[in-house]
Ligand binder design. Sequence first.
Ligand code: CP
Length: 301
Amino acid sequence: HDHLISANQLTREDIEAVLDRAADIAENPAAFREQQAGSVLALCFFEPSTRTKMSFDTAMKRLGGDTTDMGSVESSSVKKGESLADTVRVIQGYADAIVLRHPSEGAAKMASEFADVPIVNAGDGAGQHPSQTLLDLFTIRENAGLDDLTIGIMGDLKYGRTVHSLASALTNFDARQHFISPESLRLPRSVRFDLHEEGAQVREHTDLDEVLSELDVLYVTRIQRERFPDENEYHKVAGEYQIDLDTLDAASDDLTVMHPLPRVDEIAPEIDETAYATYFEQAHNGVPVRMALLDSLLTHE
Ligand code: CP
């Protein structure tokens, strides 16, 4: 079975196939209404989620399928000490595919070794979040285009799994990537190494002003407080790298501001009503993109 574990596994052709199908779905959702009738998707979220869980749920239902939800760690038998391997071995008997979010890096990969149905990694700790990347790329393609793209990715680049997946997938396109973060939250060495191996056009900055005026897209992220081993380290960087209208003075009028959400204080609400703001559209794109992804994983083309 095909699993979606990491953005590293996605070729340009894979990505374009999903984005093209998502565009078809967005244009004519009625044509896909019975596409997965009779199929069931299991939602296994060991960590909180609003967008990923609800948009996968909606996506499956809009394809005519159904979903079954493990519920929270507190309300499931994980609470009694059941292992992830056993949980997956059981749930695969209830569903045709499993969407898994887990606090441990590598959890989805491990789960895929125990599953006879496709596993979608919906976030594994500070690792990867590849289905988010597909909706990010869809949003970028619609707003700025994926060719000759200059993107700034700002905030928590160390623990931000959406960043790791997006940076990797962008190596398939003609994209210049500028990474903007405090020194302590730079990209992990392993991600930098992979980008280098792929020949990515990458620069790192601590100051957004160094690059803001060149950007087509500014992808802002939340400081991932829950990943810091030491709360004091979080407080040293909390509140840095926020943007408001003054910050964007030097930006192009066509700048697209994205954020995987949830935001805490990284983007001032005054930006929400401007033409820059694309983060709610981005979240809404989760439904057609995840419909396209599920349809491709479940149809075995
Ligand atoms: N962007 C994202 O993964 O959001 P949730 O944590 O709400 O699923």
